[in-house]
Design a binder for this molecule. Structure first.
Ligand code: SF4
Length: 512
């Protein structure tokens, strides 16, 4: 019997007998409180079940994972640059940009942005010359806009750092994290291992999932205690001769095989090291043998056998056989997103060649969507009556245009919902066609009239693109004679493809 199983069996026997035990010994023992002001003892290391403590196993795991990576890795532009770029500073920059873009964003979405970015700003020096407006324009649609801004700000500070380091970029993870603004522990580890070959681990969302499954870690994976353990583990596992490839392999495994919902365990190169997979296999074997009339003892409880293990699932949420390996990782429930409503108005005029032009205004330089352009918009209080909503928006527009705007003149288009990371935003979309020119007040935020092509080339968010799409749908609908007559009977309805609010849905039709 393995030591882990012996511990589990002993603890199980103890629980079954209802007896009391001598104070626990060894690594799982709770430390006695220090007396007389003696320094507190360091926390006990986690049980072996949650560690990679066998060097031979670690060696095999590294070999299997790297062999799989060499065979199956995706061909990605930043990987090519990390291998082919001879200039170490450029290599570090290439990896840095990719890591920032990949945060919270799918690889498939990032590729095009990355290629355009590297073509436009192939070096940190080139990026340092860029304006925030240019950065926002290129970043438009990628989301989490502060990332682009921080990269550009960091690029401007790098020369200072480089001059302190005798003309070169920092190479070690600790220095990268300490000296470069916006570079956290993960990004520093990725740059140092992939670009400069430092044997240091990385922990991102994919790595968390893989490690929690490999070592049956069921405690809240977003808690600092668990995250610290995972960093320790990543640093133990990382291959000393190919650290960059190893880190990328672990992340690649999480992205393509050990995926959140339906992991492909059958194809996994490290399944022989995976405790979650072993447990599922045991349960399957037990179930099939039982089916053929060979009753077997119930498989061992595979938790540590220690009631208060800080890495096992909490006793209130034990292993659920129906979930298999996806029992891990576990996270504390997320805070629900903040619900916001914003009125926005597509102000349209005929440009000099007859094509429509739209007014866009620039958001403040800090906060959500900092520095991006949008249609004139106004955050609304929740549960505001529609009439009041129109009035407030009309007042807001009046300030922009310096002339009265009647709330009734605003045409309701529909509601567009956009989910930001922590905000559930509903845009209540109106439109207003303007005759003649409008003198914009220069004392207000920067604003400008743009054609549709210019709008799409500007630094506008995906949400605003959805708003324009809803507006254009409505215009098309109005220009179609058949649909137009139908619309008259349903005045005030949202345009197709946008979501009707309950209030809109229930609203009585108005006279044409
Ligand atoms: Fe993930 Fe399954 Fe591989 Fe375990 S065996 S690491 S759960 S894919």
């Amino acid at each position: 019997m393995s030591p882990a199983r012996a511990r589990a069996a002993a603890a199980g026997a103890l629980r079954r007998s209802g007896g009391s035990a001598a104070p626990p010994q060894g690594r799982n023992r709770k430390r006695a409180a220090p007396r007389g002001g003696a320094p507190a003892a360091a926390p006990a290391p986690p049980p072996a079940r949650h560690l990679f403590s066998d060097p031979a196993e670690v060696e095999i795991l590294r070999g299997n994972l790297l062999a799989w990576y060499d065979r199956c890795k995706r061909d990605l532009p930043w990987r090519t640059l990390a291998v082919t770029e001879p200039d170490a500073d450029r290599r570090g920059y290439a990896v840095w940009v990719s890591e920032i873009m990949l945060q919270q964003t799918q690889v498939a979405t990032v590729i095009d942005y990355y290629n355009r970015w590297m073509q436009k700003w192939p070096t940190l020096q080139a990026l340092a010359q860029a304006s925030l407006e240019e950065v926002n324009e290129l970043w438009a649609g990628l989301g989490y806009y502060s990332r682009g801004k921080r990269l550009q700000e960091a690029a401007r500070k790098v020369p200072e750092v480089v001059s302190e380091l005798a003309g070169q970029m920092p190479r070690m993870a600790e220095d990268l994290q300490k000296l470069l603004p916006g570079v956290g522990r993960y990004t520093a580890g990725a740059i140092a291992s992939i670009s400069y070959g430092q044997a240091t681990g990385v922990v991102d969302g994919n790595v968390i999932r893989v490690l929690c499954r490999l070592r049956c870690i069921g405690a809240d994976s977003s808690s600092p205690a668990v995250i610290d353990r995972l960093w320790d583990m990543a640093n133990v596992l990382v291959d000393r001769s190919r650290p960059g490839d190893f880190n990328q392999a672990l992340m690649e495994l999480g992205a393509t095989v050990c995926v959140p919902k339906a992991p492909l365990c059958g194809e996994c190169p490290v399944k022989q090291h995976c405790q979650a997979w072993r447990r599922v296999e045991k349960e399957l074997t037990f179930a099939s043998q039982n089916l053929f009339g060979k009753p077997l003892p119930v498989p061992d409880v595979e938790d540590c056998g220690v009631g208060d293990c800080p890495l096992c699932p909490p006793a209130t949420e034990p292993w659920d056989s129906s979930l298999g390996v996806t029992n891990f990782p576990r996270k504390a429930a997320k805070k629900p997103p903040r619900v916001m409503r914003t009125a926005t108005c597509v102000l349209e005029r005929r440009g000099c060649h007859g094509a429509p032009e739209y007014l866009i205004v620039q958001r403040p330089s800090s906060g959500l969507l900092a520095g991006l352009w949008e249609f004139p918009s106004l955050p609304l209080a929740q549960d505001l009556q529609e009439e009041k909503e129109r009035e407030e928006l009309a007042d807001h527009l009046q300030a922009w245009m310096g002339r009265p705007v009647a709330g009734k003149g605003l045409q309701f288009i529909g509601e567009v919902i956009h989910i930001f990371s922590h905000i559930h935003q509903t845009y209540v979309v109106y439109s207003l066609h303007l005759d003649g020119d409008v003198t914009l007040d220069p004392a207000l935020s920067p604003s400008r009239w743009v054609t549709e092509d210019e709008f799409h080339a500007s630094a506008v968010s995906t949400a605003m693109k959805k708003v324009l799409k809803a507006h254009k749908k409505q215009c098309r609908k109005e220009s179609s004679p058949v649909k137009s007559s139908k619309r008259k009977r349903r005045a005030g309805s949202a345009c197709p493809g946008t979501q009707l609010s309950l209030r809109t849905f229930l609203r009585a039709p108005t006279a044409p």
